[in-house]
Design a protein around this ligand. Structure first.
Ligand code: TLP
Length: 343
């Protein structure tokens, strides 16, 4: 059996999800008449506690539309330095919104209030103004770390005091909510806009929803069309999203438990080091003494796929295709790899 831990984006739609997709009523969403897309957008907005939602093809597009609507070209935006929007969106903030990216150092994805404050600028004859603060929760490069709700509130206070808006890259916000045992709105209430992904641990094949105030989403719809993200009978995809929201949220807790079990098992293997206390959602970050490429190649020979996240770091992501047996196979693959590569 192949155990694919490269990402939670690899999940295949379940038979029940496919049935929901096949029976969804459809229309032309660009003309505004796909009932299933509308249903998903209202469901998502209600879940996030926002006025409106917009179904978009990807997390990247949702984030980038948000930048375009919040900012004007030349404005400055604050991001935590390891943010996905900075690292993995193809330089899009510079290309589409045309904004200046200002990064804030972070520890486990957490920015200090002082570091944020020290980077805030008001626009004047020389200096671009910081108009937006972006937050990522859970934080990808920080190993699925959670930004706690009380800190999210403090971020919002600083932003408001400085006439800045806040955007949450909440690709995996449901992982944070389930891990905290708190309603997702506890995390989303302190941001103006949030983008969350259906196509990651929630198990839908495609799509994200950008949520925020109604006027913001109206403008976002225009930008989505401009970017080529207006889809037609997209209710077939939205139906998978509705199914995911209704059935796949609570089960994320299983992924979190298995991530801890995987981390504990791997911690026993020579040549690997794991901060087990940092495993709080569905990611396990493994640091390797030997170059990570040796490990990734060796485990792949034993049917385990993973992505290197640095020269000595591999990321393992749990999702609903990873059961206890897959966790055991992964630990065995690493153990065998250790002896093969002389770790
Ligand atoms: N992340 C992917 C890769 O791009 C790294 C992954 O496998 O984790 N925000 C966050 C926090 C993300 O992790 C991702 C995807 C996105 C946005 C972008 O979503 P998509 O891939 O739908 O554009």
């Amino acid at each position: 059996m192949v155990v694919d831990l490269r990402s939670d984006t690899v999940t295949q739609p379940s038979a029940e999800m496919i049935r929901a997709m096949a029976s969804a009523p459809l229309g032309d969403d660009v003309l505004g008449d796909d009932p299933t897309v509308k249903e998903l957008e209202s469901l998502a907005a209600a879940a996030m506690g926002k006025e409106a939602g917009l179904f978009v093809p990807s997390g990247t597009m949702g984030n980038q539309i948000a930048l375009c609507v919040h900012c004007r070209p030349g404005d400055a935006v604050l991001f935590e330095e390891q943010a996905h929007m900075v690292w993995y969106e193809g330089g899009a903030p510079a290309v589409f919104a045309g904004v200046l990216t200002k990064t804030v150092p972070g520890t486990n994805g957490i920015m200090s209030l002082a570091d944020i404050e020290s980077r805030i600028t008001r626009r004047n004859y020389h200096t671009p103004g910081t108009v937006l603060l972006c937050i990522e929760n859970t934080h990808n490069r920080a190993g699925g770390a959670i930004v706690p709700p009380d800190l999210m509130e403090k971020y919002q206070t600083i932003a408001t005091e400085n006439a800045m808006a806040t955007h949450l890259d909440g690709a995996r916000i449901f992982n944070a909510s389930v891990a905290l045992g708190a309603p997702v709105q506890k995390l989303t209430k302190s941001v103006d806009t949030v983008n969350f992904c259906l196509s990651k641990a929630l198990g839908a094949p495609v799509g994200s929803v950008l949520c925020g105030p109604a006027a913001f989403i109206e403008e976002a719809k225009y930008v989505r069309k401009r970017m080529g993200g207006g889809m037609r009978q997209s209710g077939i995809l939205a139906a998978a999203g509705i199914y995911a929201l209704e059935h796949n949220v609570d089960r994320l807790a299983e992924d979190h438990l298995r991530a801890k079990a995987l981390g504990a098992g791997l911690a026993e293997i020579p040549g690997l080091s794991i901060q087990q206390e940092d495993i709080v959602t569905n990611f396990v970050m493994v640091d390797t003494v030997l170059p990570v490429t040796l490990w990734v190649e060796a485990i792949s020979r034993h049917g385990v796929k993973a992505i290197a996240f640095g020269p000595h770091r591999v990321r393992l992501v749990l999702h609903y295709h990873i059961d206890d047996q897959a966790v055991a196979q992964c630990i065995d693959a690493f153990r065998t790899a250790a002896s093969e590569i002389g770790a």
